[in-house]
Design a protein around this ligand. Structure first.
Ligand SMILES: [Zn+2]
Length: 150
């Protein structure tokens, strides 16, 4: 039985939620896609502006997850995520539970976008208490707070 199901998301379009209670540390779904080189990503305009489904595997390869068969692509970003990305062998990426997740809770993880000039293109609607309004990785969010205070 699958640990997830597709739902109408509270955050953005479709999402995934837990089909049953999931224990912390459990693997939920593999993030599947096509392995491409950095060079291909640079040269193909498909990857020009939408980085949402690209995962960096290593210096040479990226994983393009923009395929219908990759259900994990439906998982939304959250500033207070329930899942994290485990890339053990650098060729397989798993979305795992960061903490115990209850049945029907929406799955989410930190997309890990860096804080750069176009961060405003990626609005976050996760509605968690600590939401900074944009999809920016946890380690860079202090920059946003600093900006808001200045
Ligand atoms: Zn948020």
């Amino acid at each position: 039985m699958k640990a997830y199901k597709i739902i109408q998301s509270n955050i953005h379009r479709n999402g995934l939620c837990a089909a049953h209670d999931i224990k912390k540390g459990k693997r939920i779904i593999e993030y599947k896609g096509k392995k491409i080189t950095n060079k291909q990503a640079d040269e193909d305009s498909k990857y020009g502006y939408d980085i949402t489904y690209l995962f960096i595997l290593n210096k040479k390869y990226l994983l393009d997850g923009d395929f219908k068969f990759n259900k994990a692509r439906l998982i939304n970003h959250s500033c207070n995520p329930k899942c994290e990305v485990l890339d053990e062998s650098k060729s397989k990426i798993w979305i795992t539970a960061m903490r115990d997740i209850k049945k029907n809770e929406e799955l989410s993880y930190d997309y890990g976008f860096s804080f750069d000039s176009d961060y405003k293109d990626h609005i976050c609607k996760c509605r968690s208490k600590n939401c900074v309004g944009f999809i920016v990785r946890e380690g860079s969010r202090w920059r946003l707070k600093k900006q808001a205070n200045s």
